[in-house]
Design a protein around this ligand. Structure first.
Ligand SMILES: [Fe+2]
Length: 446
């Protein structure tokens, strides 16, 4: 039978196909009830190998070591069942991802897309995994390959437009990016990835008021959405931060993106994106002299529970910010030891942890201990390649601010100049207009 995207599925049950379509729709539209949709699919279609592959993918998307056994079990189940070539490639891609061979996983998704450009699951996975590997050019190439097969009325069109918007934004093509994101929102106002991509364009172009209005106007569409909405509110808070409105930033922190009582946060308090949002905003606020109270403590508690878990390389310096700010010296050392253990393994993420996450996280610790000179020395060799940790330029900014702060306090003007020039070259607006960089901007006349 065929699914809603016209792709063949190894099942002869209409109920299985309906459950599959419901799951993929929830995945593409960032629905919070994805676990329920997945459970319904597995109950309806235990014979469908692709159902088990997508279960494994959803585990891997949690970027959490505790989810690996469930992902492995799903991969084994997927491989035992009869499958088409496309379905087999998904099962192999899942296995490669679990084995930390991300280049192979991406190559398999791309191979699927050469034959089946409407496999939006493969589109999104390639997009997402490339993003968390700091490969914006690959994100763009991937989406440009498939987009000629889409158009108005084709299922998944809003999703691919949102992906092309974000890929162009991360490549610095702001003018090309925005219309795709706006078109995706016209098709589906609840498309959070499109809302997010356009928010990034506005962030990079310093369009603060427009950014606040954009997020606020679209937010009523996000009912039932996943915690990507937290990240959208984080972007809104970033616009307010740039306006110097720290009270609103803290209000959004407590109510919208780190509300410990909200059902989404209760369900997954240590979700990596939420931790990145929280830690990076607290770090920026503290640097600006804003009192943040005891907000670091709950993050530090969660960080202690994730020692040894290096699935999400970009989250590691954020965990370290929390441990460092809360004065958890011993736990911070243990977290670094966990990264060292990963460094001895082979694999795509392991190499990134060894080369970038470990020195950057150690620099976070040294900065927290007031050892600014050492923090600069630790981070200096990797500042140029740090984007390989993944995350957007707007998110990487906090690590660059940390380096800047250490360099300033260590009295290292060359290091200040180096990072400031790097950031100024990338920003389409004068650096002096960008919060956290005003003083440094004077040095490079930006
Ligand atoms: Fe973002």
């Amino acid at each position: 039978m065929k699914d809603a995207h016209g792709l063949e599925l190894s099942t002869d049950s209409a109920a299985s196909v309906a459950a599959w379509d419901h799951l993929i729709d929830g995945f593409l539209r960032y629905r919070a009830d994805l676990p329920q949709r997945l459970a319904a699919l597995l109950a309806a279609a235990p014979e469908l190998g692709l159902a088990h592959s997508v279960q494994g993918y959803i585990m891997m998307l949690g970027y959490k070591a505790a989810l690996l056994p469930a992902a492995r079990a799903a991969a084994a189940a997927a491989r035992r069942l009869p499958a088409t070539e496309r379905e087999q490639r998904h099962a192999e891609a899942l296995a490669a991802w679990i084995d930390d061979d991300l280049d192979r996983a991406i190559a398999l998704w791309e191979a699927i897309l050469r034959q089946h450009p409407h496999d939006v699951l493969a589109v999104r996975l390639a997009h997402f995994v490339n993003f968390w590997l700091g490969r914006p050019q690959d994100m763009l190439a991937s989406i440009e390959h498939v987009i000629p097969s889409y158009g108005a009325g084709v299922p998944g069109y809003a999703t691919v437009l949102a992906c092309r918007c974000f890929a162009n934004e991360e490549c610095g093509n702001y003018a090309a990016a925005e219309p795709d994101g706006r078109r995706a929102i016209e098709i589906d106002p609840a498309n959070m990835w499109a809302a997010h991509a356009v928010a990034h364009v506005m962030e990079m172009q310093g369009r603060r008021q427009e950014g606040i209005a954009w997020v606020t106007a679209l937010a009523p569409n996000w009912e039932g959405g996943s915690n990507l909405q937290h990240h959208l509110w984080w972007h809104c808070a970033l616009f307010h931060l740039e306006n110097g409105d720290h009270d609103t930033v803290l209000e959004l922190y407590d109510q919208r993106f780190r509300n410990l009582a909200s059902p989404l946060t209760v369900a997954a308090p240590d979700a990596y994106i939420d931790v990145q949002n929280a830690a990076s905003m607290l770090f920026r606020l503290v640097r600006l002299g804003v009192a943040v109270g005891r907000r670091w403590d709950e993050l530090a508690d969660l960080a202690e529970g994730r020692i040894g878990d290096t699935q999400s390389a970009f989250t590691l310096p954020h965990w370290m910010m929390a441990l460092s700010a809360a004065g958890r010296t011993e736990a911070a050392q243990k977290m670094l030891d966990g990264m060292r253990a990963t460094s001895n393994r082979s694999g795509t993420t392991a190499a990134i942890v060894a080369t970038y996450a470990l020195p950057v996280s150690d620099a976070v610790r040294l900065h927290g201990e007031g050892r600014f000179d050492e923090a600069v020395d630790r981070m200096l060799p990797v500042i140029g390649g740090m984007y390989r940790l993944g995350g957007s330029y707007a998110q990487q900014d906090v690590l660059e601010q940390l380096f800047l702060d250490a360099a300033n306090r260590a009295g290292r003007p060359d290091a200040v100049r180096l990072v400031t020039q790097r950031v100024a070259a990338r920003r389409p607006i004068p650096l002096a207009r960008h919060v956290g960089w005003q003083e440094a901007a004077k040095l490079v006349g930006g």
